[in-house]
Design a protein around this ligand. Structure first.
Ligand code: ATP
Ligand code: MG
Length: 525
């Protein structure tokens, strides 16, 4: 991907250029796009790119975007997926208004159009098995063979097709094919299948249909019925475009949409294939479609990724014509950008090491004030408890520190955020020599984090009071708050309370760490 393709000027890309040209030339007076998911799984971040493109274009040009379920394969499709897809598109911030459609809304019309093709001698019923059809299709270098059933009469084809609809034949016994050209260079034009027999209940049409249209036969015609002007899809459909056009040219379609293809989103370390994601769920390798480790929209939401971050990311990657792979660090960068602005700050110790302040009075404690967001006064402050026993991060202490380690070490002084300077006096170890407790002193004159004598420390560390909860090393605010939004655990990253949390047993998902590798990469590192 070249820089100009990636970071397009003011969000312009080749598809938007086409739309602008079409409007200028008055080929269309308004723009209609659609997002056409097949309800056979949950949406993932790749779909977000397509959603943002289709809904974004409609929004920018004062048009509309339809949500259309491409529900032509009842053996793989489920109501759960339909509901999840709607929830996810809305959550991403897009609205199809009253324009919710299903390819199944058009089954009767599509059927009638199939009969049109038969009457025009442009479609025939083929009795060959699936394997025979495949074997006779030819290869990229060799033409296919005509089916022995290709020259059936119109009357016979009509009769057989109607009996297919009536359920007279078992699954797979026959198909309806377009009669185009078995020698076409483009294999999609070698008499593609239009209808197959499938005795399976459909989530919306129930048992009404025993034959179902293919994706190719349903898609362009659905676009035409809805008055879609720009039918935007991913590059793997480029070779289907001649077929898309063939149907529209050979049928009395009510409008003439055009298909445009763009490069799908691929991302490092990230699986964006519904088939593979389905396997992870079915095989029990993850907790479900919304497992926070999944690249699904539902998983990202549970992980704490805000919708604004996803929108920002897909805007940054732009829309190109050539396939490429986006660095996952770029996605994390967008997540950090949004959360840095919005997430409240909290302190939490992930790998605790106990500290005892020897000069802090036994049985006493105090409350200190901590700001909720460094740049947003309106976010206010909170009280945090400080006492004789605290926890710090294990990694913030080294018994034998190398030269550039400025955090806690024997004899070293550091600042505890919002609290005091402390100095490490002694290390208590377990029998294997591991530090299990640090005996420290604090300087009461440094309350709030500054020394009146002006002396400096090189590190400011997060901490929590040991008196919080028996085993959770979180500041009290975190145990008590019912924060649905992610918070920043200072110096660690962004975390969000998981739905599996129970009173007294909070569970947090790490949305993203603080370290921004993308910023480094993009700065030319
Ligand atoms: P399958 O892998 O089962 O074909 P799909 O991921 O293509 O599924 P669809 O439900 O057909 O799923 O996708 C809906 C729309 O989202 C299509 O227009 C498709 O081109 C687009 N889309 C799917 N994956 C990506 C991706 N990684 N990047 C951009 N757009 C995508
Ligand atoms: Mg698809």
């Amino acid at each position: 991907m070249t820089a100009s393709e990636t970071f397009t000027e003011a969000g312009r890309d080749f598809i938007r250029d086409i739309v602008v040209a079409d409007l200028a030339a008055k080929r269309h007076t308004h723009v209609v796009t659609r997002f056409p998911p097949e309800p056979n799984g949950y949406l993932h971040i790749g779909h977000a790119k397509s959603i943002a493109l289709n809904f974004g274009i409609a929004e920018e040009f004062g048009g509309r975007c339809h949500l259309r379920f491409d529900d032509t394969n009842p053996t793989k499709e489920e109501q759960e997926y339909i509901d999840a897809i709607k929830r996810d598109v809305r959550w991403l911030g897009y609205d199809w208004g009253k324009h919710l459609y299903h390819a199944s809304d058009y089954f009767e019309q599509l059927y009638q159009w199939a009969e049109c093709l038969i009457r025009d001698a442009k479609a025939y019923v083929d009795d060959q098995s699936q394997d025979e059809i495949r074997a006779n299709r030819g290869t990229l270098t060799e033409p296919g063979n005509n089916s022995p059933f290709r020259d059936r009469s119109v009357a016979e084809n009509l009769d057989l097709f109607r009996r297919m609809r009536a359920g007279e034949f078992p699954n797979g016994a026959r198909v309806l094919r377009a009669k185009i050209d078995m020698a076409a260079g483009n294999i999609n034009l070698r008499d593609p299948v239009l209808y197959r027999i499938l005795n399976a209940p459909h989530p919306r049409t129930g048992t009404k249909w025993l034959i179902y249209p293919s994706y190719d036969f349903a898609h362009g015609q659905s676009d035409a019925i809805e008055g879609v002007t720009h039918s935007i899809c991913t590059l793997e459909f480029e070779d289907h475009r001649p077929l898309y056009d063939w149907f529209l040219e050979n049928l009395p379609a009510p409008s003439r949409p055009r298909q445009y293809e763009f490069a799908r989103l691929n991302m490092t370390y990230t699986l964006l294939s519904k088939r593979v994601l389905t396997e992870l769920v079915r095989g029990g390798h993850v907790a479900g479609w919304d497992d926070p480790r999944m690249p699904t929209i539902a998983g990202l939401r549970r992980r704490g990724v805000p919708p604004a971050a996803i929108r920002d990311f897909v805007k940054r990657i732009g829309v190109a014509k050539a396939n490429s792979v986006v660095d996952a660090a770029m996605f994390e960068h967008s997540v950090r950008e949004v959360l840095n602005r919005t997430a409240l700050r909290r302190m939490a110790v992930l790998r605790p090491l106990k500290i005892v302040l020897e000069n802090y009075p036994q049985g006493q404690s105090e409350e200190l004030e901590a700001v909720n967001h460094p740049d947003q006064q309106a976010a206010g402050t909170r009280r945090i408890r400080f006492g004789r026993e605290l926890y710090i991060e294990r990694d913030d202490f080294m018994e034998h520190p190398p030269k550039k380690f400025f955090r806690l070490a024997p004899g070293a002084e550091v600042r505890l955020r919002y609290a005091y300077f402390i100095t490490c006096r002694d290390v208590v170890k377990n029998p294997t020599g591991e530090p299990i407790e640090l005996r420290c002193t604090y300087d009461p004159a440094t309350k709030g984090g500054n020394a009146p004598d002006g002396r400096k420390v090189k590190a400011t560390m997060h901490w929590v009071s040991a008196a919080v909860l028996s085993d959770a090393k979180l500041e009290l605010a975190l145990a008590a708050d019912d924060l649905a939004d992610p918070v920043q655990f200072e110096r660690q990253g962004y975390f969000v309370r998981d739905v599996d949390s129970r009173p007294g047993r909070p569970v947090f998902n790490r949305t993203v760490g603080l370290r921004d590798t993308w910023a480094k990469v993009s700065a030319g590192g």
